[in-house]
Structures are given as C-alpha cells and as structure tokens.
Write a protein that binds this ligand. Sequence first.
Ligand code: NDP
Length: 457
Amino acid sequence: VRKSFPVINPATGAQLRVYEGMTWEEVTQAIEQAHEAFLAWRRVPFAERAARMRRAAELLRERADRYARLMAEEMGKPIRDGRAEAQKCAWVCEYYAEHAERFLAPEPVETDARKSYVAFEPLGVILAIMPWNFPFWQVFRFAAPTLMAGNAAVLKHASNVPGCALAIEELLREAGFPEHLFRTLLIGSDQVDPVIEHPLIRAVTLTGSTPAGRAVAAKAGSVLKKTVLELGGSDPYVILEDADIEQAAAICAKSRLINSGQSCIAAKRFIVVEAVREPFEQLLVQHMQAARVGDPMDEATEVGPLARHDLRDELHRQVQESLRKGARLLLGGEIPEGSGAYYPPTVLTDVPKGSPAYEEELFGPVAAIIPVRDEAEAIRVANDTVFGLGAAVFTRDEARGERIAREELEAGCCFVNDFVRSDPRLPFGGVKESGYGRELSIFGIREFVNIKTVFIG
Ligand code: NDP
C-alpha cells in the first residue's frame, strides 16, 4: 500500500501539498540499491569521501534560505532558526570531513602477535528514524559521521516533513555521493518493522519520543540489531542562591524557547532555591513574555507555531492537568484564536510532584518552576525524573557548579552557567529513559562500525 503524506502548514492549518508514499517493493529496492552502493563506497578513500562531504556543506550554506523556508512551511520553524540550522549542518559535515580519518585510524596494540591492531570497519546500510523538530540537523548529525565511516543509510523521516526528507536526499546526491548511498523511504511509522527486519539493514538509530524508542529498540532487539537512541528529555536547570539571577533567567528563557520549545535539550524544569525564587520568577516571566511570537516566515519571529495541531492540544492538556494538580499559572496558558497551532509562552510555578509538568516532557514553550529549600533538595528533584539527557546549574561558585555537574546530575550533558546545546566536537546523548549511545565527536562516529581485532600471528 502507498500511504500519502500531506504537508499541513502549522502556522495556518492549510494543506500545501501531498507526497505519495512508497510501496514495499520500492522500499526493498532502495535498501538493496543502498547496499550495492555501500559495497563500493566502503573502499573509497577518506579524502574522496571528505571532498563530497565538504561539497554538501557548501550546498547547505548556499541553500540555507531555501531550506529554512521548507522547514517553516512543514513544521513552523522561524525562518532565522531554519537558516542557522542549515549552517550548523554545514559545520558537522566539515567537522567529519576533517576528522573522520583520524577518528577511525587503526590503533596498534602490543600483544604476543607479530602485529595486532584495532580497525574500524563500516557495517553496511543503517536505518535512521528521525523527528521533525530539527528536520535537517537531526539527519546530518547522523549522516555526516555515518557516511564518512563508509556506511550507507536509509532515512525514515517524520511523516510531517516529507519535503525536508527528499531535499536532504537530493542534496547529498548533488554533492557527489553515489546515487543510492543515502535514500529517503517515504513510509509511515507502522511500516518500519519489516525494514528493521530486512537482512541488509545492519543497525538502527532513532531520535524521537521515549515510546517510539522503546518500540523500535524492542523490534531491533528481536532481530539482534544494534540501536542508538536519542529520546526525550526534561532537562532540569538548577538555580542556586548564589547564582547571577539576571543572567540565569535570561539563559533559562532562551533555552526554554529553543525551536518554539520543541527541543529535547530545551530547559524544562527550573529548580529554584527558595531564597531567590521571587526575583527568578519575575525575571523569567519578563523574558518569556518579551519573546516575539508570530509567523515563522517573518524575520522578527522568535517563537512560531508548534509543529502540529495535535501536539499543541496535547501540550495544553499537560498544562491544564498540571494546574488541576496544584501548579500556579504566572503567564500564558491559553490557546489563542486563529487557525495556526500556536501556544503562548507560559510559566507555571509551584509545580507539584505527580503533575505532567514535573513528570513528563513538555514539548512547547512552557516553563515549570519547582521551588526547593537548598542544594541537596535541588539535586534530588533534578534527578527525580525518568529522563537524563541534559542538565544545567547556575552559581557564581564555579567549583561548586562543576562538582554538581560532574558528580551529582544524572544526565548525558551537564552545563554550568550556560544552556545545554550540541556541538560536533562534544559527545551528545542521554542516560536513563533518554536513551543510549552517543552522537557527534569521536564517540558518534564509532557507533556504527565494526570494532575489529586484527591479529597476525
Ligand atoms: P515520535 O517520537 O512519535 O516520532 C519520531 C519519529 O519516530 C518519526 O519519524 C516517527 O514517524 C517515528 N516513529 C514513531 N513511532 C514509531 C514506531 N513505533 N516505530 C517506528 N517509528 C516510529 O514523535 P511525535 O511526532 O509523535 O511527537 C510526540 C512527542 O515526542 C513530542 O511531543 C515530544 O515530547 C517527543 N519528541 C521528542 C523529540 C526529541 O528530540 N526529544 C523529537 C520529537 C518528538 P511518524 O512521524 O511517521 O509517526
């Protein structure tokens, strides 16, 4: 069966176009062709792989405007953010073009062999299941290391961003990568299981919600295929009594509003020591209120609509349920008039344990303040979550901040006096239900390789 993929502009609710999905025959053909391409690609020298990756970076920069418009249309990303996203993709392409060969250079090991070493060999075709929130970045941070390592890839992108998925496939082809090395599969999430089972698919990576990760990991486990999972987060930002409150509130608001609130590493829970709760609440409300909400095509817009109407409605349910459970509303909390999937910057305080804003991921511009007595309670509350992706701590005492970040916070990426963000040079990933495995840096490129022992007796 062929599914269809309508593109609904979330700023207006209007349907812009419809893409035809692929049949199972077309999907298997794409996988087989990707495998054929892999068999040649794995022998292509690093320098030649890198030349194409650098060309991909150039194309991303040249076409940043075009791709930003596409993202705005399909998932509502403000146009300035879309342009920045295309530039960041160019950065990760250049980063791996430059470093992949060194990251994967064989490592000699002294043993009783005449010669023994560790080699890093590609695996084959990797399946990537990606979300709509950073429709280019999520794909490139996987594709740049994976293709540089000598693998091929097939992409099952989120159903609401088919145009982005096809644009990425086209871009990589135009950058000079072999025609079938990277293919987009236009299929729904209910059509993924047989792809995971396909013998030529060697491993799976997924970025998305924890339920999606659980389902995909279970399927992959049943056929013993490795997975890397970048799942949801509910990043705690701990504000201690000795923090620079002005700076902390500005950074917290900025992080909460990344991508209109739809980022796995957006600040979500603000754990504030009682002594500074009042000024922090006031300043956070001020900053959240000042954010310019509007049409994603407008250069001045900082917060656009949410990506889909159903996601907006779910967010509102989480806010209302949190209020019913005892949270207090300081800002926002009402669905505006009009046909777009907008949700206003919202601040909740006194968010109690057991409420959605405390326990769940809130994927939109909603800040949840949780007041605590002291540092010890702050750390306990910060870790009182199933998630463990990012975390931040604010204090003027750098040693104190570093100790808490390094030793106390249960998360994959811990920042002091700054907001959590990804950087190609640093590993990115989570613990607990935020997933496992790492992307970016040397760790990311070593996820989808055969770490091979070569022993010459
Ligand atoms: P999903 O996690 O459902 O979607 C992410 C990707 O996984 C999409 O490509 C989706 O395909 C696919 N997918 C979903 N379920 C399965 C499955 N059982 N088997 C195979 N593939 C699957 O995100 P939603 O769009 O539904 O968003 C819901 C919530 O998830 C958000 O509100 C947010 O909390 C969280 N989320 C977190 C992200 C993050 O970066 N941490 C990113 C996106 C969402 P399809 O689109 O066809 O369903």
